[in-house]
Design a protein around this ligand. Structure first.
Ligand code: PBG
Length: 324
C-alpha cells in the first residue's frame, strides 16, 4: 500500500484513534524503584546529581517503601551504604549489615511489595571495586564465594529476589548453588547480565559512595562498543540459572534490549540508570525540556525496545502519571 491509497495520518487524527492503535503501553506493573539505605536514625540526605533521590536511614526508608506500594509499584531495589568499609567487604554479608536489617524491617512493616537486593561489593570495599583485590586487579574466583555468601544473607533476611551486579564470570552459577545449598531454591535471580562500563553510573557512585579508588571497572564490566558479546554474556547467565536477564544502562543500549528480546524467552529487565535520570532532570530544571514528557517518552522507548521490567528512579513520578 502506497500513497495516496495509504495515508498513515488518517489514524493519527485524534487521541481516540491514537489510543486505539498504540502499540506500547507503559504500566505501573513494569516499574521497580531503587532506594539507597544508610545506617542510623532520622537520616535523609539528598543526592546531589539525582534531584528527588535520597540516602535514607531505615525509618525514612519504610515510609518511602510504603509510598511506593501505595502507588501500585510492585517492587523496590535496595542499595546499602555501610558506615564502615574494608578490604573484604564484610559489611556485605553481615547478619546485621545494613541491607539485611533493612530487608527484615520492610518485610515486617510493609508486606506485599517485592524487595529486590543488589548483590555487589563495591559499596562495601574500602577500594570501591566490585570484588576482592589480588595483584592489583579484581580476582574473579575468590569474589564468587563472597557474592554467594552475600546473596544467601539477603535471601535469609527475607529478600524476594537477588540481583547480582558485580560482572564476575560464573557469578550466577555460584549464587544459584549458594542459594540452593542454603535452602533458598525458590529465590529467583535477576542477573545484571549485560552490564556496560558506563559513565552514566556517575551520579550513582556519589549516591552509593562506591567510586573505585584506583583504576576503573573496565576489566569486568563490558565495553560499550560490543553488542555480540552482550549476547554471549546473557547466554552464559541463562545457562547458569538466571530467572531474569538485565541490560544496563538502558537508553544508550536500546539495541541490546531489542536483541535480548529476540534471542531469549526469559523476562528482560532494563536499568534506566542514574546518569539517564540526571540528564532529564537537569534539562528540565534548566527549562530546556518538558521533564514529564521526556520521562514518559524515555520509559516508553525502553519498553518498546523489549524490556518487561524497568528499574528507574522515575518509578514514583511515572506511577503518579499512569494512575491519573
Ligand atoms: C553496583 C551497581 C552500580 C549501579 C548499580 N549497581 C554502579 C557501578 O557498577 O559502578 C549503577 C546504577 C545507576 O547508575 O543508577 N556495582
Amino acid at each position: 500500500m502506497n500513497f495516496p491509497d495509504y495515508r498513515p495520518r488518517r489514524l493519527r487524527k485524534n487521541e481516540n484513534f491514537r489510543r486505539m492503535i498504540r502499540e506500547t503501553k507503559l504500566s505501573v506493573d513494569d516499574l521497580v524503584y531503587p532506594l539507597f539505605v544508610v545506617p542510623g536514625k532520622d537520616r535523609k540526605k539528598p543526592i546531589n546529581a539525582m534531584p528527588g533521590q535520597f540516602q535514607m536511614s531505615i525509618d525514612h526508608l519504610l515510609k518511602e517503601v510504603q509510598k511506593t506500594k501505595e502507588l501500585g509499584i510492585p517492587a523496590v531495589l535496595l542499595f546499602g551504604i555501610p558506615d564502615q568499609k574494608d578490604e573484604t567487604a564484610s559489611g556485605a554479608f553481615a547478619r546485621e549489615g545494613i541491607i539485611q536489617q533493612a530487608v527484615r524491617r520492610i518485610k515486617e512493616r510493609v508486606p506485599d511489595i517485592l524487595v529486590i537486593t543488589d548483590v555487589c561489593l563495591c559499596e562495601y570495599t574500602s577500594h570501591g571495586h566490585c570484588g576482592m583485590i589480588e595483584k592489583g586487579d579484581v580476582d574473579n574466583d575468590t569474589t564468587l564465594e563472597v557474592l554467594a555468601e552475600t546473596a544467601v544473607s539477603h535471601a535469609k533476611a527475607g529478600a524476594d529476589m537477588v540481583a547480582p551486579s558485580a560482572m564476575m564470570d560464573g557469578q550466577i552459577m555460584a549464587i544459584r548453588e549458594g542459594l540452593d545449598e542454603a535452602g533458598c531454591e525458590s529465590t529467583p535471580i535477576m542477573a545484571y547480565a549485560a552490564k556496560y562500563a558506563s559513565c552514566f553510573y556517575g551520579p550513582f557512585r556519589e549516591a552509593a559512595q562506591s567510586a573505585p579508588q584506583f583504576g576503573d571497572r573496565k576489566t569486568y564490566q563490558m565495553d560499550p562498543a560490543n553488542g555480540d558479546e552482550a549476547i554471549r554474556e546473557m547466554t552464559l547467565d541463562v545457562a547458569e540459572g538466571a530467572d531474569i536477564i538485565m541490560v544496563k544502562p538502558a537508553l544508550p543500549y536500546l539495541d541490546i534490549i531489542r536483541r535480548a528480546r529476540e534471542e531469549f524467552d526469559l523476562p528482560i529487565a532494563a536499568y534506566n540508570v542514574s546518569g539517564e535520570f540526571a540528564m532529564i532532570r537537569a534539562a528540565a530544571q534548566l527549562g530546556w525540556l518538558d521533564g514529564e514528557r521526556a520521562m514518559m517518552e524515555a520509559l516508553t522507548s525502553i519498553k518498546r525496545a523489549g524490556a518487561d521490567i524497568i528499574l528507574t528512579y522515575f518509578a514514583q513520578d511515572a506511577a503518579r502519571i499512569l494512575g491519573k
